[in-house]
Design a protein around this ligand. Sequence first.
Ligand code: PLP
Length: 392
Amino acid sequence: MKIAEWTQKLKKNYLFQSVAEKVKSFKEKNPYANIINMGIGDVSLPICKSVVNSCIKSANEMGNIESFRGYSPNSGYDFLKKSIQQDYQDRNISLDLDEIFISDGAKSDMSNILDIFSSDNVCLIPDPVYPVYLDTSIMNGMTVKFINATEDNNFLPLPDLSVKSDIIYICSPNNPTGASYSKPELKLWVDYALSCDAVILFDAAYESFIEDDSCKSIFEVENSDLCAIEFKSFSKSSGFTGMRCGYSIVPKKLKRNGESLNSLWSRRHSTKFNGVPYIIQRAAEACLSTEGKKECSKFIKYYKENSKSISKTLDNLGIKYFGGKNSPYIWMKCINDMNSWEFFDYLLEKFQIVGTPGSGFGKNGEGFFRLSCFGSHENTLEACKRLENMKK
Ligand code: PLP
């Protein structure tokens, strides 16, 4: 018996596990400390009324012999797919229902999609970015190349035609930097992917935070349906981190080596996945109703208030930061030349504030720190008050 090779190649802990362990040990030593967690990107507001009502209604349906349902279709119920289709149509993007695959969230989708690709592929991953891309590429035995996202390119790297790759991860708006691509910039990525037969995995988990004319979907770009797969999540837009629902869009035109990636993903999905619960799919459908959209947009507004409070505090302190506009994260520079983990310890010990060390998102994240805007107003304002005492 041998364990998988990737187990020797990965860092011991997933980033947020390391953060949680440090916080746990601090709490053991300081049991009365009032810690404010601005680390993990979990939401704090409860799901909205129309979603709650939909859950109650569908739970009652499940308790009635006439309307009870067993297994969901693997790729999701048509009622939810139709709502998603309409949501895209409202933005002039036409999708067929069988191009939409409902799942339990974007994290699993972004990992599982690699099942349909050979491990003999080169993955191009932005640095810094959501750590799941790197970890899952390693787990799937892929070769990884990084593309540098730095202050010099406004954290929006563009394709380097001399670098060959097969699978390209794009996260826009980016976690952690908050940078988001415009349509002309994404077109360069689409052209590059088409030129080398690569496939773009486009993570739009934070699309609902976009407030300028950045692309909300890769499918706004011409010919992207020949080279891109999109991943979406209800987690951050609708408070679904604990409900679990997301979806992937795999265009039927997308083919590689003569094979339809849509058919391969469908094959994979139907073998390894047994569908999202009916109640959750009804809940997700409610998020896309007129009333649901109105309610969910209030969440975004609420979290953006937090971004404003944190930004104002950092402005007053003269600390450089990015993000917070098209995303729920502030990407700040660590003060006094501290590295990311030193700054983490400093904030925890001195102010009992937890954030996420930038270096956990890649080597270019060293010297940076991510603050989440997903907390309550109260906690965020309290954290800002504490941060005002930070000395440069
Ligand atoms: N994609 C990005 C960029 C994220 O930051 C996250 C969660 O933090 C996810 C995907 C995960 O989304 P989900 O909750 O749908 O699994």
